[in-house]
Design a protein around this ligand. Structure first.
Ligand SMILES: *Cc1c(COP(=O)(O)O)cnc(C)c1O
Length: 243
């Protein structure tokens, strides 16, 4: 295991400190919003991060990790201490990769098309399992982004609710890049409204428990607007080189 030789002890300490600091900020943000800290989950986003640093976050209490790419996750997971840690796929998923990831993660957060949901249904049926998913909403209506348009979410939910091997647990979003906190909060608040609205409709086979929004730069704003799961990468593990 020559790669162990390159573990940077200082970076391990940084991860530990950052994890604790972010954990604390999440709790404080929940309290400021009059919410219970237990109602907001903190996901450690581990894309591009090597196993030893991820394991340090897990040792400090991280119980949920998010990976973007199927291949990267599958090649890392044997080195991860995942006994008490859930793993979610959060990145864009191509239909031809679905077969490899179904059954390997606890949730697929990034279901942004019916075609993708159908493929998850098909592959889950083959394994005789039910795959928990979130529907991804393109809240800013950006051309470059995947996800359902806000006005298409309800119809999509009704269709996905017919699939017996896919179980919707909530919604996720990546808002447009915003200059101000006020601007990003407007998107988060639209998401929350739609989340509550759908919750009230009590659609069969659909749970509305998870509202996944907020990243390193805006998780406190997201919590103030009702997020139940924040996805934090660089603020825990340091800046990524590349993507
Ligand atoms: C990378 C990524 C994150 C985390 O981003 P940071 O800004 O590093 O916290 C969250 N969600 C998704 C979908 C991502 O791809």
């Amino acid at each position: 295991m020559t790669e162990n030789l390159s573990i940077d002890p200082r970076r391990l300490r940084d991860v530990e400190e950052s994890w604790k600091r972010i954990r604390h900020r999440v709790e404080e943000a929940a309290l400021r919003a009059g919410r219970s800290p237990e109602d907001v989950r903190l996901m450690a986003v581990t894309k591009t991060v090597e196993a030893p640093y991820i394991n340090r976050a897990i040792a400090c209490g991280a119980d949920l990790i998010g990976e973007n790419r199927v291949q990267e996750y599958l090649s890392k997971r044997d080195k991860l201490d995942l006994d008490h840690c859930e793993k979610h796929l959060i990145g864009h998923l191509q239909t031809n990769k679905v077969r490899q990831i179904v059954g390997e993660v606890d949730m697929i957060q990034s279901v942004g098309s019916l075609k993708l949901a159908q493929e998850i249904e098909k592959q889950s049926a083959k394994l005789d399992c039910v795959t928990p998913v979130l529907l991804e909403v393109n809240i800013g209506g950006e051309q470059s982004k995947s996800g359902f348009a806000p006005q298409a979410v309800l119809d999509a939910l009704c269709q996905v609710s017919q699939m017996s091997h896919v179980r919707v647990q909530g919604l996720m979003t990546i808002p447009p890049i915003c200059e101000t906190s006020r601007e990003v909060r407007k998107y988060f608040s639209q998401m929350y409204e739609s989340f509550i609205d759908i919750q009230g409709k009590k659609i069969d086979n659909v749970n509305m428990n998870v509202l996944s929004m907020g990243m390193s730069g805006d998780f406190e704003d997201a919590i103030a607007e009702g997020s139940t799961l924040v996805r934090v990468g660089s603020a825990i593990f340091g800046a990524r080189t590349g993507r």
